[in-house]
Ligand binder design. Structure first.
Ligand code: A2P
Length: 330
């Protein structure tokens, strides 16, 4: 297997390399690429240095799989060029998620959306992944009519720029290249991405659209995205309206048996998911499960996951694992 990581110097790209090593994918040749400014520099994989090359050179090497985390512009430009050479592309940007014919995949839920003629597979937004991981088993069992989700997203979701801004502000300094239009230290910013005409932001729109594309559903989704001064781990408060009466204990036991989910829910011991509990873990943590008695069939929960792992790198590597099993017979 020849595997390429495009955007290998970034926060997610580096985590992809780490997860590829941890999960021990059968890699015979690793190709690492980034922007012009990184060419010739090295990055490590399994303790060995690898030289960064240009994306053009990576295309010529015809990798079996290219995992992208280089932003939407690079992905729009280069993913089709890889695909034309027969490479399977797993793309972490928003470039292909909304396009018809491009599967948007969380492997535990909808890997079967990948067909033999798919060559570009989109990795969902970090907040969507943890949300649908929790919703999918509930939706299968009871059917979900509507959800109201509010996110508390960490600064690592904005890459190195976001981390730098919070680090600097914590030291009383100002970032010259800030990720956000306001100070994030000691603040909460209810603004993710750009504002749309209807008042939602692009990050809110992603939650609305991607949830239904992945679950093949028509769930009404109301979303509010907020950035909080936390370095890693996205938290979400989720209010669910089921289509029929449900059993709270059954939801709990379904989630406990769902691969990739950890139920952390014991109020008597102050146990509930937090970003620090989820830090550097591949699982999605669910807690604060309770009835919402303000509506019929209402249910509340709280979900947290490491946005750089399951929210990005781990999910992308899991898609690569699925491709290897299905198309390369290894
Ligand atoms: P580089 O480090 O050379 O700029 P992050 O989101 O953490 O900032 O990471 C973005 C990643 O995408 C980096 O690896 C960056 O490389 C890479 N990248 C950005 N633009 C391009 C491009 N046009 N072609 C290839 N890689 C790119």
């Amino acid at each position: 297997m020849k595997i390429a990581v495009i955007g290998a110097t970034g926060l997610v790209g580096q985590k992809m390399l780490q997860v590829l090593a941890e999960r021990n994918l059968p890699i015979d040749e690793l190709i690492v690429a980034a922007s012009e400014r990184s060419i010739g520099k090295t990055t490590n994989f399994k303790g060995k240095p690898y030289t960064l090359i240009s994306v053009e050179d990576a295309i010529e090497k015809r990798p079996d799989i290219a995992i992208f985390s280089a932003g939407a512009d690079a992905s729009l430009k280069y993913a089709p060029l890889f695909a034309a050479k027969g490479t399977y592309v797993v793309d972490n940007s928003s470039a292909w998620r909304k396009k018809e014919g491009f599967p948007l995949v969380v492997p535990e839920i909808n890997a079967s959306d990948i067909t033999t003629d798919t060559h570009i597979i989109a990795n969902p937004n970090c907040s969507t992944i943890e949300l649908v991981m929790a919703l999918a088993p509930m939706h299968r069992r009871y059917g979900i009519k509507r959800i109201v989700v509010s996110t508390y997203q960490s600064v690592s979701g904005s890459g190195i720029k976001g981390l730098n801004q919070l680090h600097l502000e914590q030291r009383g300094e100002k970032s010259e290249n800030p990720a956000y239009p306001h100070q994030i230290h000691e603040n909460i910013i209810p603004h993710g991405g750009n504002f749309l005409e209807d008042g939602n932001t692009t990050e809110e729109e992603k939650l609305i659209f991607e949830t239904n594309k992945i679950l093949h559903s028509k769930i009404a989704v109301s979303a509010t995205v907020a950035r909080v001064p936390v370095f890693g781990g996205h938290s979400e408060s989720v209010n669910v309206e089921f289509s029929q009466p449900y059993d709270l204990q059954e939801i709990r036991s379904i989630l406990e048996k769902t691969p990739g989910i950890i139920v952390a829910d014991n109020p008597s011991e102050n146990l509930y998911p937090t970003p620090l509990i989820a830090y550097d873990k591949d699982e999605v943590f669910v807690g604060r499960m309770r009835r919402d008695n303000s509506i019929a069939n209402g249910f509340n929960f709280w979900v947290v996951s490491d946005n750089i792992r399951k929210g990005a790198a781990t999910n992308a590597v899991q898609i690569a694992e699925y491709l290897i099993k299905r198309f390369f017979d290894l």
